[in-house]
Every structure is written in C-alpha cells, then in structure tokens.
Write a protein that binds this ligand. Sequence first.
Ligand SMILES: Nc1ncnc2c1ncn2[C@@H]1O[C@H](COP(=O)(O)OP(=O)(O)OP(=O)(O)O)[C@@H](O)[C@H]1O
Ligand SMILES: [Mg+2]
Length: 615
Amino acid sequence: MQSEARPEARRPIRQLDAAAANRIAAGEVVERPASAIKELVENALDAGARRIAVAYADGGKTLIRVSDDGHGIPAEELPLALSRHATSKIDGTDLTNIRSFGFRGEALPSLGAVGRLTVTSRAAGAAEAASISVRGEEQGATRPAALAKGTVVELAGLFTATPARLKFLRSDRAEAQAIGEILRRLAMAAPGVGFTLSDVTDQGSPREILRLDPEPGELFDGLPARLRAILGPDFAENALAVEAEREGIALGGFAALPTFSRGAAVAQHLFVNGRPVRDKLLLGALRAAYSDVLARDRHPAAALFLTCEPEAVDVNVHPAKAEVRFRDPGLVRGLVIGALKQMLAGAGHRGSTTTGAGMLGAFRPESGEYAKAYSPPAAAPRNYAYAYSPPPRPSARALGFAEEMQAPSARVEPEPEEEAPESHPLGAARAQFHETYVIAQTPDGIVIVDQHAAHERLVYERLKAARQGARVPGQMLLIPEVVELDAGQEAAVLEAREALDGLGLVVEPFGRGALCLRETPAILGEVDGGALLRDVADALIEGAGDGLGQRIDAVLSRMSCHGSIRAGRRMTAAEMNALLREMEATPLSGQCNHGRPTWVELRLADIERLFGRRG
Ligand SMILES: Nc1ncnc2c1ncn2[C@@H]1O[C@H](COP(=O)(O)OP(=O)(O)OP(=O)(O)O)[C@@H](O)[C@H]1O
Ligand SMILES: [Mg+2]
C-alpha cells in the first residue's frame, strides 16, 4: 500500500474531510496528555479562576479532568466553544494586542478531535449548568447538567482514535510527571490561584500529587511563597531577587547563586507575560549572564518573569506557544544579562571563585604606590606533564601527626625528609588550611591547591585511562543499594545500562521508580551510591543529543566528582604530597572538570611587593 503513494504515481489533489483535517491540526496543539492539560488550565486562568483542580488517570491517557471556578460559558455558546477558530478572547482585528493565554480558538476543537471531550459549565448568573460532548466530528446536543459554578472539562481516551500517536506516548509515570511539571510551571506565574493535582487511576482512592493554596496579595506579592512551595526551600535560600526595567520591558523573579547550579537545564523557568516559554533567546541570555561564574556543563537555576506591552512580543509563532518573538531581541537580551550580572556582582564572594591574580589584588593595600609597582602573576595556571615519580609511602610519623592534632583549622606539617622543595614543580606540602586547601612551598614562591578540584581532575583522568584498557573495574557493594529515581532519570539510566556497565557502574531494575545499584567503579573508593547514580542520570539526560563518546566522558566527569577528596577533609602530609606529585604527572591537571583552576601560585617577588619589601 505504501508503494502506491510514491511521487511518480501522481494522484489528484483532493480536499481532506473535516475529521482528518482536524486531527492533523490537533497534532500540532496536543502532543501528549500534559499539553492537553496546559490548554485546559490556560483556559481556566483566562476565565479568571481562583481555584483549579486537575485530575488524571493512567498518566492522562484514559482520563483528564480540569475543573475551575471561573466565569463559565453560557449554554448557548457551548457548541461554538467546540468549533474551530471560535474564541471569545480576540475579535481578530488586532493580533498584536493579545492579553490572554488563548487567542486561536483551537484548543477545545483539537481536544475533541483526539478524544471524547465533555464540557460542563455554568456561566456566572445562569440559572443552571449545561453540558456538551464531542467525539471526532460527532457533536452531541447541549443538555442541562448539575454544576454550582465554573467549568469542568473532561477528556477521555486521548489518542484512541489515532493509535500511531498513542504509540508515541511514554509510560504512565513519565506522562504523569510531564503533567506535574507543566502544572507547576503554570502555577508559578499565578501565585494567587490555588491548584490541586490528583491521580484518580484508582477511583476508589484518588491520590493527591500536588496542592498549592492561593497566595494572598496582589499579582506577584505571593511569588516568593509560591516559588518556595514549588521549587523547594533550597532554591529559596540560594536565590536572589532580580529586578530591572528597560524601555517598557520589566524583568522580575529570582535566580540562584552559581554554587546552586544544576547538572542539567531542568531548573530554568522563564515566563513572558505570565506565559511559560522555552525561548532560545532567553535561555541564551541566562547562560551568557552566568558564563563567567559557571562551568559549561553546569546550569543556573532561575525563575524569571518578563512583562511588557503585548505589542512588544509576538506570541503567535509556535504551535504550542512555547516560544515567542520579541520586537527588539537585543533589548531583551541586554536587559536579562545586565540584570543577572548585577545580581551576581551583588552576591559578592558568595558566588565567585578567586584566582591568584584576583586574590593578590584583594590583598593589596589600597594606596597607589603599591598598586603601581604591582605586576600580576601569570593568571592562568600552566599545565604540568612531568615525568611521574611515585609518591613517598606515608611514614608512620606523618600519619600519627595528623591523628594527634584534633581541631586546628590550619596545621603545620613536618616536611617529609625525602622531599626537597626544589625538586618538584608544585613544591612540598607545608600545610593544609580550612581542610580545603593545601599550601606548598616552591623554590620561588608558594602554591595553593584546591584539594577537591585537583583530586577530581585526577580521578577523571584515571577513569578515562582505565576505560582505554577495557572495562573500568567495578567494586561489588556488600549490600546492594536501592536508589529512588524520578521517571526521567530511571529511563535514562536503564537505556544506558550496558554502557554504564562498562564503566563499572552496575544497576538492575528494581520496580517502579527505583534501581538496584550493585557495583560502583573501584577507582572511586567508597561513594554515596544514590547521589552518584542520580548525578550520572542527570548527565545522561543532559547529553541526550550528544554522541556516545561525549556522553561517556560527561558521565566519567560526573563520577569523578564523587570519588574525590572532599573539601573539608583533613589530609596528612604524605597524602598532600602524593596529590601534588600526581598532579605533576597528570595532563590537564591545572583545571578541574568545570574549568576552574586547581591551583594558584604566588611568587615570592609578588609576596615581597605586597609587604613593600620590593619596589
Ligand atoms: N474553562 C473555561 N472557562 C470559561 N470559558 C472557557 C473555558 N474554556 C474554554 N472557554 C471558552 O471557549 C472558547 C474556546 O476555547 P479554546 O481553548 O478552544 O480557544 P481559546 O482559548 O480562545 O484559544 P486557544 O486555542 O489559543 O487556546 C474560549 O475562547 C472561551 O471563551
Ligand atoms: Mg484556550
């Protein structure tokens, strides 16, 4: 049959019947249960609802129901609400002045084309409610119904008429999760509206997934509380307010400190006039604003709200309204980057890393004489690739020393006899301070090493080297660990199971939403398996579009963070020296996996200048 449709066998052009045309058009609007819910909730918001209840069964595949207390639809307009290109929101004369979510008059007819749709509504002031059903082209009669207020829209058997489409849906869990995500997003921009989400798959005992009470106050007064409820207290505590305005375009919201970044771009919530968007321009501006303070593979977390006159933005450029087009993109980009950079600068050292040059600058007395004489040290650390000399075996004395000293925050270690400071580029370890940094003495200065960043790089290189051989050796866990993952993470890990196996990370399915972790890469030593697996999953999700080699590197990089000496761990002199020696022997050890320096050098000459000993 397929072969009949080859281009050379020309067939006459004909008009598709309405049912087929509608189904095709509907495909653009309703991709999955979550997109149906988005349309229905937007309709409820457009109707001025203060409370919106969403229910679904089987991930929304068998049933979706959205109930609201908005202004409702008069009985005589119900048939019109279900017909294509019928809307109460615009009159068609001015497409530049759209102030509602809806404007196409497409959502309800599209839903009617892909499932059995029932709308029950009671318009404000009406004596009774009315109900109408539609399936495909068969629209039923309007009948009286029982409803105190507002509108209830029910969609049953989504895509049963289009089995091809049904096949593209993911598991019930994954669809349910997408529903939750879209609802949370919409709820962020409407803090004054109360939302509930329930799973009614088991009709006997519905499960409440989400409850958001309406936040009091004007439009955005309730925003902080709503964001805390949705994004969690961690976000709230690590985020700073963003506020800026330029030529009639206002930016508000919250963005998190760089240290609160995520492994994937999953915590970026952008809104234009209350409409959730995944807009390339805005996402790019967000990334650009953080580029100085965040590694390429880390993603800032933010909830940002742009508001402007509707004329400044075209919302009619994407079938699911997920993208917009600004009249002046440069203005918007500048506004977003400027406001975020200002916020980050205001956060001061909370969010920034210090390089050698920056640190020296901070040390310097402010008087001009010294400043003039000062010449900054080589800013970018060099990469060392020296011949490897095995680290000295830890001497009993050195180990004992570390154990005796209980709580000092800076310790002076005895210099191991076998080490002459001159003999190694990174010098001899002299002290560890704040259980995070190692100070080493070199022939002409001192080196400060970030122990975690440095070790992370070393573990990464070791993992890469091990993978060159064959399988990265795994280490069986004495007790296999059951790790709970969200649906996306679970799917990503299972999909990559074989590749992960080759990296020494062995998992097995363990029922809904959980995996059983049996082996971790031996190189990592003892790790928190759950945290490791979740991070690896994030790396996989993030690299979904990349080639296999790239994804594996990303996974190794993420793994190495877990196998590394943590900041905050006290090290013995022998351990510190071993770290320095291995750094010298490892290529690219000058920066950690995130591109930050692993060590900085202060030369004696610079130190002498600081103290005015040199001109
Ligand atoms: N929950 C609701 N409460 C009140 N009126 C509603 C509700 N849902 C739909 N309507 C009415 O039905 C009309 C058609 O809804 P539909 O979603 O199909 O189109 P729209 O919202 O106008 O545009 P769009 O296709 O862009 O969403 C709306 O214009 C509105 O008047
Ligand atoms: Mg609509």
